[in-house]
Design a protein around this ligand. Structure first.
Ligand code: KIV
Length: 275
């Protein structure tokens, strides 16, 4: 069976079924996320702080993002795999942006790419246009865009008509421009519920929310937050497991077993010596 396509997502959207999306950054987790039945796996640049030990997403390099995407893509059978263009791997020139986006498909086996767009971000909208014309499906990402944290001055809720926030009109206009440029879907991150609803009603492609409330077409969460892996999680997330405790407990038990002589036992040895 082939992986989920943009056509499948559009069909799902038109039939009113919510779209599910989670991040994954490596093969073992991606295998379980895929088997769990999500529609889309995003190999997000959130790998920076959730997988690679950086403080945030900004240091993630193109080569690192490609490597994470390839690991996920080699494993996933059913879900669509989206590679996330890291900070400054796009936008400096159209040619370089398109080439870098293309590497996610040619080298890393992604089905599509995602990029972040500032309110009325002309450059990124043009990149979406070029990529889709050339056959690279693009998911847009508006609202709070972590790659612009330093330029915004913090992680502020968007759609609230304040200085630090793009107003609803700006979000709607930008979403419409992304749709016109060919984006097959748009992520809305950390957006007031009213603004997310306005965007969702304005466009005819699925909106996928994270911290965007209930009136969107699908949801995305960071897998570490869902699994309770790696400490502090996104404020509006929901945790479904406590892997930090599970992993710590397993390691402590292993240490105790080796130190007490309980491991290895005869069944853990080749041709064990009869005692
Ligand atoms: O990188 C990421 O994980 C993302 C999601 C939060 C949408 O962009």
């Amino acid at each position: 069976m082939s992986r989920t396509t943009i056509r499948d997502l559009q069909d799902r959207y038109e039939s009113g079924e919510p779209i599910t999306m989670l991040t994954a950054y490596d093969a073992p987790i991606a295998r379980q996320v895929d088997a769990g039945g999500v529609d889309v796996i995003l190999v997000g640049d959130s790998a920076g702080d959730n997988h690679m030990g950086y403080d945030d997403t900004l240091p993630v390099t193109l080569e690192e993002a490609l490597s994470n995407t390839a690991a996920v893509s080699r494993t996933v059978e059913d879900a669509m795999v989206i590679g996330d263009l890291p900070f400054l791997s796009y936008g400096t020139s159209i040619a370089e942006s398109v080439e870098n986006a293309g590497r996610f498909m040619k080298e890393a086996g992604a089905d599509a790419v995602k990029l972040e767009t500032a309110p009325y971000g002309e450059t990124t909208i043009e990149i979406v246009d070029r990529c889709t014309e050339l056959g690279i499906p693009v998911q847009g990402h508006i609202g709070y865009t972590p790659q612009r944290t330093n330029a915004i001055g913090g992680a502020f809720v968007q759609g609230k008509d304040r200085d630090v926030s793009a107003g609803t009109e700006a979000l709607v206009d930008t979403a419409e421009e992304l749709e016109a440029a060919g984006a097959f879907s748009i992520v809305l991150e950390t957006v007031s519920e009213a603004a997310a609803k306005a965007v969702t009603e304005a466009v005819d492609v699925p909106t996928i929310g994270i911290g965007a409330g209930r009136y969107v077409d699908g949801q995305v969460l960071v897998i570490n937050d869902v699994l309770g892996l790696g400490g502090e999680s996104y404020k509006l997330s929901r945790q479904y497991a406590d892997l930090d405790s599970e992993v710590r407990g397993a390691v402590e038990q292993y240490v105790a077993d080796v130190e007490s002589g309980d491991f290895p036992a005869a069944e853990n040895a080749f041709d064990p010596i009869e005692e």
